[in-house]
Design a protein around this ligand. Structure first.
Ligand SMILES: Cc1cc2nc3c(=O)[nH]c(=O)nc-3n(C[C@H](O)[C@H](O)[C@H](O)COP(=O)(O)OP(=O)(O)OC[C@H]3O[C@@H](n4cnc5c(N)ncnc54)[C@H](O)[C@@H]3O)c2cc1C
Length: 223
């Protein structure tokens, strides 16, 4: 347990109030403008929401899964767009680095992911690889000290805002299935990356119709 019970309760309470007083009144505006106000993103950074699950030594809050769940449960009371804003930094956009990154990769990326300075995205899904993640066809070919990644991804949350992608690409044979797939950290600034069009999403809720941030889009590491 990263936080004592009282501190956790206070944190959960503050997120609950923030959701009800600040985020819910903004739902319609965000749905119409398809944009989360910058000051809301700054507030989320200040609250530590981008670093919920990132270890304290890298500037995160180092919450356990249960503690993180308590926070996310509060976020679940409003449009999913708000959780998605920091959700990849807390989950799929950072956890590969937390679990399996080298010390250098951790030092380079985790503090910035925890503060929200950098957005992490996870690029697995392809046109023919969704539930069956082991059928990824994006390839990674070694050339000297580098890998050249070729392929196209889709449905990538926060792709348009990402500074670093965890890209799943095939380094082995097709017959190897998931065992032939490796994870690469790809800086968004690298040449050869192009982003497809943003996908506007919509979900009808009991309270109001709400869209998500529609920052999800296609992602092509190299064409
Ligand atoms: C809001 C949102 C955000 C996303 N963000 C990301 C992201 O950040 N990064 C990323 O890589 N991907 C992302 N995805 C993609 C998501 O992970 C895939 O959509 C998911 O893996 C399913 O793949 P698919 O859409 O190709 O559907 P398919 O795999 O084609 O599945 C279609 C249907 O068939 C069913 N099905 C599939 N296989 C079987 C089986 N063997 N037996 C029975 N039923 C089966 C499925 O349950 C589903 O109902 C996102 C998707 C959404 C909706």
């Amino acid at each position: 347990m990263a936080l004592d019970q009282e501190t956790l309760n206070q944190f959960v309470d503050s997120v609950r109030r923030y959701v009800r007083d600040r985020l819910i009144p903004l739902e319609m505006q965000v749905a119409e403008e398809d944009l989360i106000p910058e000051d809301v993103i700054s507030e989320m950074k200040e609250m530590g929401l981008f670093g919920l699950s990132i270890p304290e030594e890298f500037g995160g809050l180092g919450l356990s899964m249960a503690e993180e769940g308590a926070i996310i449960q509060e976020m679940g009371y409003t449009s999913p767009v708000f959780r998605s804003t920091f959700g990849t930094n807390v989950g799929i956009g950072s956890q590969g680095i937390v679990i399996d990154g080298t010390p250098e990769q951790k030092a380079q990326y985790l503090p910035k992911l925890a503060s929200g300075e950098l957005i992490g995205s996870f690029a697995l899904t392809e046109a023919d690889a969704g539930s069956d993640a082991g059928s990824v066809m994006t390839s990674a070919r070694r050339e000297g000290d580098e890998y050249v990644i070729n392929g196209s991804k889709r449905f990538i949350t926060n792709a348009t805002r990402a500074g670093v992608f965890t890209v799943m690409a095939r380094t082995g044979t097709r017959e190897e299935g998931g065992r032939g797939v490796s994870a690469f950290l790809v800086d968004a600034t690298l040449a050869g990356i192009s982003l497809g069009s943003r996908i506007r999403k919509w979900a009808k809720k009991a309270r109001i119709p709400a869209t998500s941030s529609s920052t999800m889009c296609e992602f092509r590491p190299m064409l």
